[in-house]
Design a protein. Structure first.
Length: 227
């Protein structure tokens, strides 16, 4: 799937325009509110309200916030991608490619955003491809001649923490810090596509001295993107 191209496009947008994404996730089951409503109203009315209201709220988020929205239902997953992601792209070609990649349904919204609806198995496949792409990027970064001060990069399984093991003096006298920026943004987008809420998504990058094992700098995204 060409989802990794979407991430790179967002990375470029973030670097050029200071774009900060947002994400909301609609939980598939809303049990407690229905029980509370049923105590005060007719048994049928609360169910109707709970089905309709979240969809209305989701539409507001899509139109006003231009966010990546992940809605995980019982049998399927919906991901809404903002129009800014497709600037300069032939939208018909984007849709055709998505369908070739197994996206079962695509909705084009008036604001230019697209909603991809897919099975949970397809979403799992997409997340595996994103994971493989991230691991490949990490391998290329730590072995690149462009980042000579970086000796190793470790990470946790959800890409919310990275440790850059570096030659401290060489690192501080180079532009190798851009590697941390790339890892931070890619880690954030991995979490967003996986449905992590905006209030919870975060990537912490530790910069560790290769000789002493001391962490001499810590970077936290998205906080440091806004400074």
């Amino acid at each position: 799937m060409k989802i990794l191209r979407f991430i790179i496009l967002f990375l470029v947008l973030a670097l050029i325009f200071g774009f900060t994404p947002s994400c909301t996730r609609t939980e598939p089951e809303v049990v407690e509110p229905v029980e509370e409503e049923s105590a005060a109203k007719e048994p049928i009315e609360p169910v109707e309200e709970e089905v309709v209201e979240p969809e209305a709220e989701k539409g507001i988020v899509e139109a006003e916030e231009q966010s990546i929205e992940v809605d995980k239902g019982i049998f399927s997953v919906e991901i809404t991608l903002p129009a800014s992601l497709f600037e300069g792209e032939d939208i018909d070609e984007v849709i055709a490619e998505a369908k070739e990649d197994g996206i079962s349904d695509i909705i084009v919204h008036d604001d230019g955003s697209l909603t991809y609806k897919m099975s949970k198995s397809k979403h799992n496949e997409m997340m595996r491809e994103m994971k493989d792409g991230l691991i490949e990027y990490i391998g290329e970064t730590k072995n690149s001649e462009d980042y000579k001060s970086i000796k190793d990069i470790t990470y946790n399984k959800v890409f919310s923490e990275f440790t850059l093991v570096v030659d401290q003096e060489a690192f501080e006298n180079s532009f190798d810090g851009f590697a941390a920026l790339g890892l931070g943004i890619l880690g954030l987008y991995y979490q967003l596509f996986d449905g992590v809420a905006l209030d919870d998504y975060e990537v912490t990058i530790f910069i560790e001295n290769a000789n002493t094992g001391e962490v001499f700098d810590t970077i936290i995204y998205p906080d440091d993107l806004e400074q």
